[in-house]
Write a protein that binds this ligand. Structure first.
Ligand SMILES: [Zn+2]
Length: 176
């Protein structure tokens, strides 16, 4: 039996990677393949991402993969307050993951993460840079946060932006 959202009944999609990893990649929401398979960042997107991670010399062993939305986003289908109710526990559980003792760095992937987790106006202004924002203040000192566009843009606009962002992520990891 798959776990469902207590607020709306949508099926939840599980994290992948290592729960005790030093770094967390946060996607926006699960796509159809992820929902079908029940795990984040699988299918075509997952394949592309693991190719690019290995190109950037980032080992999967260093990562926990998760999404902001643990189920399909409800954009517009439910009313706004239900949507916010769904997200509230998801955001809390994300913060719990960020606050785990071993976590050193977080990469937020996609503008929905920026919208819900930070007070920044746009992802483009901050792509591949360290984000400082008071909304992320509950994070333990020393945990850094970066952002990048949703890697799915690689399927329309080429893989360059994703590749560059992951390279910057790796450089940041190496500064430890
Ligand atoms: Zn829900």
């Amino acid at each position: 039996m798959r776990e469902v959202c207590a607020k709306c009944g949508h099926v939840l999609v599980k994290d992948r990677g290592y729960p005790d990893a030093h770094y967390i990649l946060v996607g926006e929401f699960p796509g159809q393949e992820e929902i079908y398979k029940g795990a984040v960042m699988v299918g075509e997107m997952g394949k592309m991402l693991s190719t690019e991670l290995s190109r950037a010399c980032i080992s999967p062993l260093q990562l926990r993969l998760t999404n902001l939305w643990q189920h399909a986003p409800t954009f517009g289908k439910l009313n706004k307050s239900v949507e916010t109710e769904c997200l509230k526990p998801m955001i809390s559980s994300l913060y719990e993951k960020f606050q785990a003792e071993q976590v050193k760095g977080v990469m937020l992937m996609g503008s929905d993460c920026i919208r819900w987790l930070t007070d920044l106006d746009s992802l483009e202004d901050w792509s591949s840079l360290d984000i400082t924002t008071h909304m992320l203040a509950p994070l333990p000192a020393g945990v850094w946060v970066m952002c990048m566009a949703n890697p799915a843009i690689a399927f329309h606009g080429g893989v360059g932006e994703t590749r560059l962002a992951l390279q910057r992520f790796k450089e940041r990891m190496d500064q430890e």
